[in-house]
Design a binder for this molecule. Sequence first.
Ligand SMILES: Nc1nc2c(ncn2[C@@H]2O[C@H](COP(=O)(O)OP(=O)(O)OP(=O)(O)O)[C@@H](O)[C@H]2O)c(=O)[nH]1
Ligand SMILES: [Mg+2]
Length: 730
Amino acid sequence: MQVIATAGHVDHGKSALVRALTGMEPDRWAEERRRGLTIDLGFAWTKLPGGERVAFVDVPGHERFVPNMLAGVGPVPAVLFVVAADGGWMPQSAEHLAAIDAVGIRHGLLVVTRCDLADPGPATRQALGRVARTSLGAVPAVAVSVVTGAGLPELRDALERLVAALPVPDPASPVRLWVDRSFSIRGSGTVVTGTLPAGTVTVGQELLLTPSLRPARIRGLESMNEPVASAAGVARVAVNLRGIPAGLPARGMALVAPGRWTLTRLLDVRLALRDADVTLPPELTLHIGSARTQARIRILGPPGDSPVARLTLRDPLPLHVGDRVLLRDPGSAAMTIMRATVLDVAPPALGRRGAAAAAGRELAAWPDPPSAAVLLRRHGFLRAGTLAAMGAAGGPEPVAGDWLADPGHWDSLRGRLAEMVAAHARRDPLAIGMPPEAARAALGLPDRALVEALARGPASSEGDDPPEPPRGQVRLEDGYLRPARSPEARDPVTGDSVPSLPPRTAAAVKAVLADLAGAPFLAPDAGRLRELGLDARAIAAAARAGLLLRVAEQVVLAPGAQAQAARILARLPQPFTTAEARQALGTTRRVAIPLLEYLDRAGITQRLPDDRRRLRLSAPWSTRARYGSARGSPRRAGRPGRRRSPARQGRCLPAGRSPAGGSPGPAGASRQPDRPARIPRRGAGTGPRRAGCPRRPSRRAATSARPRPGSPSRCNRSPPHRARRTGGSR
Ligand SMILES: Nc1nc2c(ncn2[C@@H]2O[C@H](COP(=O)(O)OP(=O)(O)OP(=O)(O)O)[C@@H](O)[C@H]2O)c(=O)[nH]1
Ligand SMILES: [Mg+2]
């Protein structure tokens, strides 16, 4: 089916023509019939000789009812432009034609009526010339008389050709049905009618009624007074709604597909002025579909007959970029109607000085309709759903989740993030890194996931592993952003990156290690640490760098001290007391107690109910244990292909169990580097990893290095990719 509107000056015979074509009365109101004057929209339909069904929306011609006329022609694809042979071209002929041009209707017929009263020739010639200069272009003309019936068969033939030439809209387009009438039927409830320009409505479908966005389910559908299960545009439809109280819907509201339109009060448009020098009033009436509202207008530039303007609407409307809207100044006779094309339905604020002129310059160069690429260039980021709701198709692949980014903006952000993280590290070399939230705020990004995606770098082409960060950029490790290191800054044995310490801290660490060289378990006391300038942050940084083993807040040993302790304790009769351990280790209770607790949590020792301990593991503590002690994250430990120290693997094994069902110990472990069963979830076996695991810079974590028994540390709360690597034990 097709829907065609009438247009033309008052009393030129539009309603009489519709009546003659359809046999239906388009003037619905008694007052209209009494006065012989159309006031509101009328609806009628017929079948053409070829079988095509066509509905007419009959509009009023009187200048007082131009808003009603605009509501009628707003959603239709074609018009019957009516001029009376005995009347000729008249003011509302011009106004209606300007409206048709502004709305952008491209198909129509010129019908010269009342040809029994005057020669249709002059009126036809006059009208064709004017029509040709609008969006309608060159149209066929037919002269008719509803009194004599002359020309009506020719008109029906011309209508058939017109209808056959009309484009078929996409039935999958998002629905936007502008309401032109609303009433209620006893037993059925609320009914709205409208011209569906594209898309499909179906019984049972849920739509939203704008501007309230109240959900409305389609209970029943009729098209041309016949019940239908679904209707695809173009169609006249009457929709019986569930969930909408009678009296709520009104002309100008719309039923829209959820998530497919942007309900907005603010939009940027390109105007089409007839005269570049025209002075626009600050407020105009905006029409689209059957809706009209007041619009405050601010010209952004550039000068000329197609400037860009920002409109602020009194009522929000469901819009897409590329929509044609009509602007009208009801108070002015000279400048009556203007066309505008919507460029942006969610424009950014014009806060800073010069922003308006810059926006004008940028938007002036946009294509019509705007593409996803230009919208992204302006906004930097848009969610895929937001872009679709703006009415722009396509767009690049998402950079994170459903976020799309302008490629140029994305690249520059990556550079800015790298600079920011590097500056943060220079400012505070002992810091664990820059929190992503701080980077998000500083870069003005809408979502933290974007910071993480920037830090991850370009997507890897192979495998599931996150790609290595590009050289000179940023890495996100243990929840913090740090400058990526060059390959030269890696541990030659493990391949792990070695964070550098400020020279003063490095010297202090060196002094501590020298102190410990002769007595590995006589940890420097608080006074010595203070003297060296090793405060809690410096100790944490050194521990992160794998240069010290921090067993408690103020108790630091050399890396690998726990393996050395295990070897010494293994020689004691099992189980052993704290005093025996202290003696064997040659240390004081200040060090022995936190060290033994550390070994408990590491799964190296087991504390018995009588407070004695025994060694849990039968692993021979190799001299390479230092590489597994404090350096490297648990993530690295599980990464296939990485070298892992036997010590690290061995101490994760619960006593008496072997990963492959064979003999326990590091040999079996090293053959099965990825068996998840070997990485206990929490508690026993996690200690040494924890020792090397950077912590959040919370007060508690910053001031206490003591792992809490049974409580998950950062290391235990592994990121998802670690869970994947570590397999099915999670
Ligand atoms: N003689 C003659 N009269 C006509 C013809 N067409 C319409 N009329 C008369 O013209 C007058 C106006 O016709 P309408 O159809 O009401 O005009 P309209 O364009 O719908 O007017 P509005 O809706 O008020 O803008 C009526 O009295 C019609 O009977 C025609 O072909 N010949
Ligand atoms: Mg009429």
